[in-house]
Design a protein around this ligand. Sequence first.
Ligand SMILES: *Cc1c(COP(=O)(O)O)cnc(C)c1O
Length: 465
Amino acid sequence: MKYISTRGQAPALNFEEVLLAGLASDGGLYVPENLPTFSQEEIASWAGLSYAELAFKIISPFVNDCIDDADLKQMIDETYEGFNHSAVAPLKELGTNEWVLELFHGPTLAFKDFALQLLGRLMDHVLVKRNEHLVIMGATSGDTGSAAIEGCRHSKHVDIFILHPHNRVSEVQRRQMTTILDENVHNISLEGNFDDCQEMVKASFADQSFLKGMKLGAVNSINWARIMAQIVYYFSASLAVGGPHRPVAFSVPTGNFGDIFAGYLAKKMGLPITQLVVATNHNDILHRAISNNDMSKSELVHTLSPSMDIMVSSNFERMLFDIYDRDGAAIDDLMKRFKTESVQLDASRWDKMRELFDSCAVDDETTCQTIAAVHAETGYLLDPHTAIGVKAGRECNRDAAVPMIVLATAHPVKFPDAVLKANLESPDLPAHMQGLFEREEKLTVLDNDISVVQRFIAEHVHSES
Ligand SMILES: *Cc1c(COP(=O)(O)O)cnc(C)c1O
């Protein structure tokens, strides 16, 4: 399998190279040159498989020219054995044809564990094979950081630097990152917002001279391997409610457009999906782009769903690449203009986008109302991100006869503020996280200045290779 850049200039890479590369050298993102597709019969034949077995079927076509089947199988098995639920991604019924796909049974209680637990293993495997050391730099609005740190902390071949916006992640989120004291884990609390963190990571990929020849790797969803791993649960959820013969709809709480993009790929690979709902919070650029053809940045607002407080969604570029019939020059032009001005898609392109996605923005007040209402109706406690997905799924539902599956992206214990505002009690921390509030923390607060951050990284790499 070859991977090509959305901006058309960087060289095509194989899976191993894409795994370690992050952003393409032309500033674009890597996507598979061709997608594997599966027939309805083949998908139906997977009905009895375990989550790990299903993951192997879906992931192996993307990696099989680089990683042996037996090694891949072992890494996938180890990844999902570490989850705290035998079904890995269980489905819960909320109401008639309304389901919640619980993606928070991994070590850090958010869906990002699905990809990052595997990514850490894949990177380690490839780095050992190549005898290389990797410096990982990532930006987090809260959940990526802890999931990436959990995924990489045991690797002797990786130093990981995670930037989070100072005082803008929840205490549980921060402590999940800063209480990991392994020497190769470095938390940077940046005096800025998430977009500042993300921008700094992107700029560092574009000019890596500060690393004096060391290699920079990505754990954000610009890394293709993350998207790849997330395709799997769309298939598992569909199979659990009678798919592929019974089509399904998904509502996805969206920030960087990674998770929903994986759903779009599942559909292209043959899974019958009638509807994909993009659910945003007050930071609604994706909703405006899809519903009004208005791709304009506005001031970033901090909400009760901080993992979706994002203005510039990296993975939207992967979507636009397909919408523009994979014309890299057009995407290069569009993204360069978008840096400084508002952009609109050509009318026919926008029509295509609207055929593929519905969208809805949900404010904090409605989020809390939804948490309270669903709890009163069913006794089920939603986290604020998932509540946005539930509300958007209800608002955008095109066909009540089709199961609407809402991706539950985090456990409510991570976001007590929203739960308390809904006049409910925050649940207890799960057993493996007991003591979190008493543990020692390790972090460094740095100015929102790229030279300061890059100097810190260069001085703190432990590479012995
Ligand atoms: C990261 C995250 C999201 C957004 O996912 P994207 O792939 O960035 O769209 C939504 N909810 C939670 C809880 C998250 O951690």
